[in-house]
Design a protein around this ligand. Sequence first.
Ligand code: XMP
Length: 289
Amino acid sequence: LPISAVAAVLIHEAIGDQLTCVFVDHGLMRLGEAEQVVALFREHYGIPLVHVDASETFLGGLAGLTDPEAKRKYIGKTFIEVFEEEARKIGGADFLAQGTLYPDVIESVSFTGGPSVTIKSHHNVGGLPARMNMKLVEPLRELFKDEVRVLGRELGLPQAFVGRHPFPGPGLAIRIPGEVTKERCDILRKADAVYLEEIRAAGLYDAIWQAFAVLLPVRTVGVMGDHRTYDSVCALRAVTSTDGMTADVYPFDAAFLARVATRIVNEVAGINRVTYDYTSKPPGTIEWE
Ligand code: XMP
């Protein structure tokens, strides 16, 4: 959404009140993020924003889905459906603008339309259903993230938004390998918030391209006080990168990781073990799915 925010502010500068923003809230955002987005648009910019809380729809449809591509495709399809319904209500919407970036395009489909291997079907790429009769506007389609940040600053977006780590369209769904449930989203949101709080407190946020927690579908045995626990494992990921196409593991010091692990296990019910992911891209991807 920070990227969509840059696209929205840019288009608002160009066409003013002819722009209506639709925030399809799939309930898979990080802690407090939906509220921040709404506040940015409505209060900071005064750009009309329709906030659609579709979390029950999305979570309902994700029930039973475990395959990464099936999850992405379901979310992409539902995103379009929910958006379409809102656009119909608004009426007279001829264009749909999206914050698609160049790396999204390269990794999903070839920019020139030629064949290329699809690593992940990023849901914001790949066109719209023909029945929508809307023309797609993607003003950032040939830009890299660092260029969008420069543009965002130029447009006066708050640094907290412009400098924010990228967040994938399918949200926490692709950071919960296996089935996604509301309960698991809530557990992950808490762990992720602790991790990011420690990263900010250590002054490391801006040195990292992306940092996030992943909630694994594995339970391990632990001990808390004099009780046995049998809870989920959480993996921490942090990488440096310039465009998301390749990435290196961020080398935290051991004391930092130990502090985060201790806090997560103590503060987040449902997690009793924490690991750190040491895989670069390639051969790993940044997200786990
Ligand atoms: P990967 O995991 O492919 O991620 O190394 C590269 C960058 O893209 C983001 N990402 C996505 N963004 N929809 C998005 O909008 C998606 O389906 C998606 N999958 C990955 C990822 O967070 C990283 O910045």
